[in-house]
Design a protein around this ligand. Sequence first.
Ligand code: HEC
Ligand code: HEC
Length: 374
Amino acid sequence: MKGIKILGVFIGLALCLSSCRREGCTDELADNFDAKAKVDDGTCDYTSSSSGPTPLALNIPATFSRFLPPPSIPADNPTTVEGVRLGKKLFFDKTLSNDLTQACASCHLPSQSFDDTNRFSVGIDGIAGTRNAMPIFNLAWNFNKNFFWDGRAQGLEEQALEPVTNPIEMHDTWANVVAKLQADPTYPSMFRAAFGTSTIDSTLAVKAIAQYERTLISGNSRFDKYTQRLIPLTPSELSGYNLFMSESGADCFHCHGDITNPLWTDNLFHNNGLDASFTDNGLGDITGNPADNGKFKTPSLRNLAFTAPYMHDGRFQTLDEVIDHYSTGLKASPTVSPLLKKVSDGGVQLTPQEKADLKAFLLTLTDSSFVAGY
Ligand code: HEC
Ligand code: HEC
């Protein structure tokens, strides 16, 4: 009798071990994800097809294919399903920071069109930078390949190297991050699926992140629908667009694009009259040319409803403040853009009605589906 009892307890224990601590692949991104598994046993597989990664075509909006050249994708980093899947996981993974508290997505929030709501982003050591974070969308159409407000990174792959080591951002070393990823139960096989090798290095990690970033495409605003004749705009929104396009009106289009440039930026660098003298030289510190002092990359006007505060230093909280700047706040300086023709008058001098119309137009560039999609 006693022997049977002990056997019963033993069987019960064994059953519990297998069900209570069921082992298997716990990563839902893997092909063999086991929803019931509690403990990852390192068997996650991301290579259901053995023929290498699957090419992924970017989802190009109708207005882009109509007006813009195809996106710029480096020949040595084609977009693939497996690469994007890996890049997305890395983008949201706090493992990339030294104290495991910060991911790329901590400052590039999907709900804010991949921007930060803070004026200055705060890194893992609690130290704030001096620049406002930038939203991430449509970057595959930045044909000049200059990234950051001052253009110091050439290409998305190069850009993604910086935040990890930046002392006021994720403050880690790539050697350390690579060691953490290599020791992870899922990353080595994901790298193998994306790049054919499970030996992780920073070059492959930033390639994957850049592949993911290229899939962040925003081209479905009300204005996009208007250009496709799908919806009308209100009279106020149309007046705002006409002001935007008029040299005797608000005169914004030289730098921020028009109906034939649905990026709503020229991706070039200008001094838009914010200051008479500079605390941040922007492009000038990168080129070493004083003629570039005070010049910053023109931001896209898409998704402004999500990307406040505005300008490289986030000095304006609202679009009204931005419009007041161009209307009456322009400051002359040796490098101020000649495209701002009314600098000597302090700006384009808009009436309250014109300001309201211009703002209404700017907000038609908001793409809520982009933000809702993540
Ligand atoms: C602590 C906040 C923070 C973190 C974390 C962070 N960023 Fe940024 N990001 C910024 C700021 C601030 C800027 C603008 C900095 C500048 O221009 O000097 C920026 C700029 C960028 C840009 C340039 C966009 C353009 O249009 O030129 C890209 C792309 C980007 N970040 C991607 C990433 C990626 C990828 C990661 C993770 C590896 C990351 N960021 C982590 C704050 C952050
Ligand atoms: C000479 C080129 C030029 C012209 C003309 C111009 N802008 Fe800009 N705009 C820029 C640059 C460059 C920046 C970024 C400046 C900085 O942060 O230092 C900017 C920033 C902005 C921003 C902030 C966006 C953000 O995400 O931070 C808005 C909004 C804006 N401009 C709207 C307008 C409107 C509206 C007009 C017309 C009244 C206009 N711009 C005319 C070049 C220009």
